[in-house]
Design a protein around this ligand. Sequence first.
Ligand code: CDP
Length: 203
Amino acid sequence: MVFTLAIDGPAAAGKGTISKAVAAHFGYAHLDTGLLYRAVGQRMLAGEEPIEAARSLAAEDLEHPDLRTVEAAQAASKVAVIPEVRAALLDFQRTFAQRMGGAVLDGRDIGTVICPNADVKLYVTASDEARAGRRHKELQERGRDISFETVLAELQERDARDSARSEAPLKPADDAVLLDTSDLSIDEAVARAVAEIEKKTHA
Ligand code: CDP
Protein backbone atom coordinates (compact mmCIF):
# COMPACT_ATOMS: atom_id res chain seq x y z
CA MET A 1 0.00 0.00 0.00
CA VAL A 2 1.27 3.48 -0.89
CA PHE A 3 -0.02 6.08 1.58
CA THR A 4 1.60 9.49 1.89
CA LEU A 5 1.21 11.86 4.76
CA ALA A 6 2.57 15.40 4.27
CA ILE A 7 3.30 17.47 7.38
CA ASP A 8 4.43 21.06 6.85
CA GLY A 9 4.75 24.14 8.97
CA PRO A 10 7.12 26.80 10.33
CA ALA A 11 10.21 26.12 12.43
CA ALA A 12 9.78 24.15 15.65
CA ALA A 13 5.99 23.90 15.38
CA GLY A 14 6.04 20.26 16.42
CA LYS A 15 6.20 18.65 12.96
CA GLY A 16 9.06 16.33 13.84
CA THR A 17 7.53 15.06 17.08
CA ILE A 18 4.12 14.53 15.49
CA SER A 19 5.62 12.88 12.41
CA LYS A 20 7.68 10.40 14.42
CA ALA A 21 4.75 9.50 16.68
CA VAL A 22 2.30 9.10 13.78
CA ALA A 23 4.81 7.01 11.82
CA ALA A 24 5.30 4.75 14.85
CA HIS A 25 1.52 4.51 15.42
CA PHE A 26 0.72 3.38 11.88
CA GLY A 27 4.02 1.63 11.12
CA TYR A 28 4.91 4.11 8.35
CA ALA A 29 8.41 5.20 7.38
CA HIS A 30 9.37 8.77 8.29
CA LEU A 31 11.57 11.28 6.46
CA ASP A 32 12.56 14.54 8.14
CA THR A 33 13.23 16.55 4.98
CA GLY A 34 14.67 19.44 7.01
CA LEU A 35 17.61 17.18 7.72
CA LEU A 36 18.46 17.10 3.98
CA TYR A 37 18.67 20.90 3.88
CA ARG A 38 20.57 20.99 7.18
CA ALA A 39 23.09 18.50 5.75
CA VAL A 40 23.59 20.63 2.63
CA GLY A 41 23.88 23.71 4.87
CA GLN A 42 26.47 21.96 7.00
CA ARG A 43 28.57 21.13 3.95
CA MET A 44 28.30 24.77 2.86
CA LEU A 45 29.58 25.81 6.30
CA ALA A 46 32.50 23.43 5.71
CA GLY A 47 33.36 25.37 2.55
CA GLU A 48 31.53 23.50 -0.21
CA GLU A 49 29.46 24.99 -2.97
CA PRO A 50 25.82 24.23 -1.97
CA ILE A 51 24.51 23.02 -5.36
CA GLU A 52 27.39 20.53 -5.66
CA ALA A 53 26.84 19.49 -2.05
CA ALA A 54 23.13 18.84 -2.71
CA ARG A 55 23.89 16.84 -5.87
CA SER A 56 26.39 14.63 -4.06
CA LEU A 57 24.56 14.32 -0.74
CA ALA A 58 25.22 10.92 0.85
CA ALA A 59 23.61 8.96 3.66
CA GLU A 60 26.52 9.68 6.01
CA ASP A 61 25.93 13.45 5.65
CA LEU A 62 22.66 12.91 7.52
CA GLU A 63 24.63 11.50 10.47
CA HIS A 64 26.69 14.67 11.01
CA PRO A 65 26.58 15.46 14.75
CA ASP A 66 26.00 19.21 14.28
CA LEU A 67 22.85 19.10 12.14
CA ARG A 68 20.56 20.16 15.00
CA THR A 69 22.50 23.32 15.82
CA VAL A 70 21.17 26.85 15.28
CA GLU A 71 24.02 27.45 12.81
CA ALA A 72 23.02 24.44 10.69
CA ALA A 73 19.38 25.59 10.74
CA GLN A 74 20.36 29.03 9.46
CA ALA A 75 22.61 27.53 6.79
CA ALA A 76 19.76 25.18 5.79
CA SER A 77 17.35 28.03 5.20
CA LYS A 78 19.98 29.86 3.12
CA VAL A 79 20.70 26.91 0.82
CA ALA A 80 16.95 26.14 0.68
CA VAL A 81 16.40 29.35 -1.30
CA ILE A 82 18.50 28.02 -4.21
CA PRO A 83 16.27 26.33 -6.84
CA GLU A 84 19.05 23.93 -7.97
CA VAL A 85 19.51 22.73 -4.39
CA ARG A 86 15.78 22.01 -4.07
CA ALA A 87 15.76 20.28 -7.48
CA ALA A 88 18.67 18.04 -6.46
CA LEU A 89 16.74 16.82 -3.41
CA LEU A 90 13.40 16.30 -5.16
CA ASP A 91 13.70 12.75 -6.51
CA PHE A 92 14.91 11.30 -3.23
CA GLN A 93 11.91 12.77 -1.41
CA ARG A 94 9.37 11.66 -4.04
CA THR A 95 10.79 8.14 -4.15
CA PHE A 96 10.60 7.96 -0.37
CA ALA A 97 6.95 9.10 -0.47
CA GLN A 98 6.05 6.26 -2.83
CA ARG A 99 7.51 3.43 -0.77
CA MET A 100 5.23 0.57 0.12
CA GLY A 101 3.77 0.51 3.61
CA GLY A 102 3.13 4.22 4.03
CA ALA A 103 5.37 7.26 4.40
CA VAL A 104 5.32 10.42 6.49
CA LEU A 105 7.38 13.36 5.21
CA ASP A 106 7.75 16.55 7.20
CA GLY A 107 9.08 19.85 5.92
CA ARG A 108 7.95 23.10 4.32
CA ASP A 109 6.80 22.17 0.79
CA ILE A 110 5.69 18.55 1.07
CA GLY A 111 1.97 19.20 0.54
CA THR A 112 2.52 21.94 -2.03
CA VAL A 113 5.46 20.76 -4.21
CA ILE A 114 6.92 17.37 -3.26
CA CYS A 115 3.68 15.42 -2.79
CA PRO A 116 0.77 17.53 -4.06
CA ASN A 117 -1.31 14.31 -4.18
CA ALA A 118 -0.56 13.23 -0.62
CA ASP A 119 -3.40 11.29 1.02
CA VAL A 120 -3.40 13.53 4.09
CA LYS A 121 -1.84 16.97 4.49
CA LEU A 122 -1.35 18.65 7.83
CA TYR A 123 -0.07 22.17 8.37
CA VAL A 124 1.23 22.40 11.92
CA THR A 125 1.62 25.82 13.52
CA ALA A 126 2.04 27.32 16.99
CA SER A 127 2.59 30.82 18.34
CA ASP A 128 6.11 32.24 18.02
CA GLU A 129 6.48 32.12 21.81
CA ALA A 130 5.40 28.48 22.07
CA ARG A 131 7.74 27.44 19.27
CA ALA A 132 10.70 29.38 20.65
CA GLY A 133 10.02 28.01 24.15
CA ARG A 134 10.09 24.42 22.91
CA ARG A 135 13.20 24.87 20.77
CA HIS A 136 14.94 26.73 23.60
CA LYS A 137 14.27 23.80 25.96
CA GLU A 138 15.47 21.31 23.34
CA LEU A 139 18.73 23.19 22.77
CA GLN A 140 19.33 23.59 26.49
CA GLU A 141 18.78 19.89 27.03
CA ARG A 142 21.48 19.30 24.44
CA GLY A 143 23.83 21.48 26.48
CA ARG A 144 23.60 24.64 24.39
CA ASP A 145 23.73 27.82 26.46
CA ILE A 146 21.49 30.16 24.45
CA SER A 147 18.85 32.74 25.43
CA PHE A 148 15.13 32.46 24.68
CA GLU A 149 15.35 35.77 22.75
CA THR A 150 18.12 34.48 20.51
CA VAL A 151 16.12 31.34 19.72
CA LEU A 152 12.98 33.39 19.00
CA ALA A 153 14.89 35.72 16.66
CA GLU A 154 16.46 32.74 14.85
CA LEU A 155 13.07 31.10 14.23
CA GLN A 156 11.50 34.36 13.05
CA GLU A 157 14.39 35.07 10.70
CA ARG A 158 14.15 31.59 9.19
CA ASP A 159 10.35 31.72 8.86
CA ALA A 160 10.61 35.07 7.07
CA ARG A 161 13.22 33.68 4.65
CA ASP A 162 11.28 30.44 4.13
CA SER A 163 8.01 32.29 3.45
CA ALA A 164 9.47 34.97 1.17
CA ARG A 165 11.47 32.74 -1.21
CA SER A 166 10.09 32.37 -4.71
CA GLU A 167 10.79 28.63 -4.99
CA ALA A 168 8.52 26.40 -2.85
CA PRO A 169 7.77 28.99 -0.15
CA LEU A 170 6.44 27.97 3.24
CA LYS A 171 2.63 28.07 3.04
CA PRO A 172 -0.23 25.68 3.68
CA ALA A 173 -1.51 23.65 0.73
CA ASP A 174 -5.11 24.59 -0.15
CA ASP A 175 -6.29 21.19 1.05
CA ALA A 176 -4.19 21.00 4.22
CA VAL A 177 -5.78 20.56 7.64
CA LEU A 178 -4.47 23.22 10.02
CA LEU A 179 -3.28 22.07 13.42
CA ASP A 180 -2.33 24.76 15.94
CA THR A 181 -0.31 23.12 18.70
CA SER A 182 0.22 26.25 20.88
CA ASP A 183 -2.03 24.97 23.65
CA LEU A 184 -1.81 21.24 23.00
CA SER A 185 0.33 18.67 24.78
CA ILE A 186 2.35 16.33 22.57
CA ASP A 187 -0.17 13.55 23.19
CA GLU A 188 -3.10 15.79 22.24
CA ALA A 189 -1.38 16.99 19.06
CA VAL A 190 -0.53 13.43 18.05
CA ALA A 191 -4.10 12.29 18.80
CA ARG A 192 -5.46 15.03 16.49
CA ALA A 193 -3.10 14.00 13.72
CA VAL A 194 -3.99 10.32 14.13
CA ALA A 195 -7.70 11.22 14.02
CA GLU A 196 -7.23 13.10 10.72
CA ILE A 197 -5.48 10.10 9.18
CA GLU A 198 -8.12 7.69 10.43
CA LYS A 199 -10.82 9.89 8.91
CA LYS A 200 -9.11 9.46 5.52
CA THR A 201 -8.27 5.78 5.80
CA HIS A 202 -11.80 4.84 6.96
CA ALA A 203 -13.58 7.12 4.52
O1 CDP B 1 13.32 21.73 12.90
P1 CDP B 1 12.91 23.03 12.25
O2 CDP B 1 11.44 23.10 11.99
O3 CDP B 1 13.45 24.23 12.95
O4 CDP B 1 13.66 23.07 10.83
P2 CDP B 1 13.85 21.94 9.74
O5 CDP B 1 12.54 21.29 9.42
O6 CDP B 1 14.97 21.04 10.11
O7 CDP B 1 14.28 22.80 8.44
C1 CDP B 1 15.45 23.59 8.42
C2 CDP B 1 15.34 24.53 7.24
O8 CDP B 1 15.38 23.75 6.04
C3 CDP B 1 14.05 25.33 7.13
O9 CDP B 1 14.09 26.56 7.83
C4 CDP B 1 13.90 25.53 5.63
O10 CDP B 1 14.61 26.64 5.17
C5 CDP B 1 14.54 24.30 5.04
N1 CDP B 1 13.55 23.32 4.57
C6 CDP B 1 12.93 23.52 3.35
O11 CDP B 1 13.16 24.54 2.71
N2 CDP B 1 12.08 22.60 2.84
C7 CDP B 1 11.80 21.49 3.52
N3 CDP B 1 10.96 20.59 2.98
C8 CDP B 1 12.38 21.27 4.78
C9 CDP B 1 13.25 22.21 5.29
